[in-house]
Write a protein that binds this ligand. Sequence first.
Ligand code: GRF
Length: 208
Amino acid sequence: MRQVTPPKRLRLAVLASGRGSNFLAIQEASQNGQLQADICLLISDQASAPALERARNLGIKALFIDPKAFPDRDAYESELVRHLQGEGIDFVVLAGYMRLVGRVILKAYQDRVLNIHPALLPSFPGLHAQRQAVEYGVKYSGCTVHFVDQGMDTGPIIRQAVVPVEENDTEDSLAERILVQEHQLYWQVLQLLAEGRVYIEGRKVYIV
Ligand code: GRF
């Protein structure tokens, strides 16, 4: 069993493709002292991602890095890693980042890339997790924060929050209630990491 990181104030980078509400929730927890970590960098693969502007408005360095400007994923990710290492980033926090992370980032940041997924993994990985849950008819769904590996939403699970599914739920109504939980769960997991309380063995994660 290995400790993911000893206690320290963490330097975080958020990777986001869209609106960035999870980014904002983490930033708020950092600002109000609940989270001993600083978001030092936001990177987006989408020029029009609202997350970029939200970060800039808060004075956080925000970069659009266009994957299409690189010959392949390795080259694109090498550029990301250059920026991440340049800022001394400890953890890479995926928040609505709509790309699979590949070997270059995972090698540079082994056990240090996190994702949040709006379902109770391993159920409903991939896109439209909330719609999948409603259509399947499960009675409970929720969200999962996990370490990222090369698969799609397959890495070791750190914590989950449960959200009951109501009979009249739509994809949107369920997504809205799950999002409320996401906004608490993500910074809480990051705080556990900052406190040095997260250990990993195989695909099992222990909080001590
Ligand atoms: C969230 O529902 C998250 O679980 C999923 O993508 C969405 C991102 O939302 N991975 P936001 O950009 O953080 O508002």
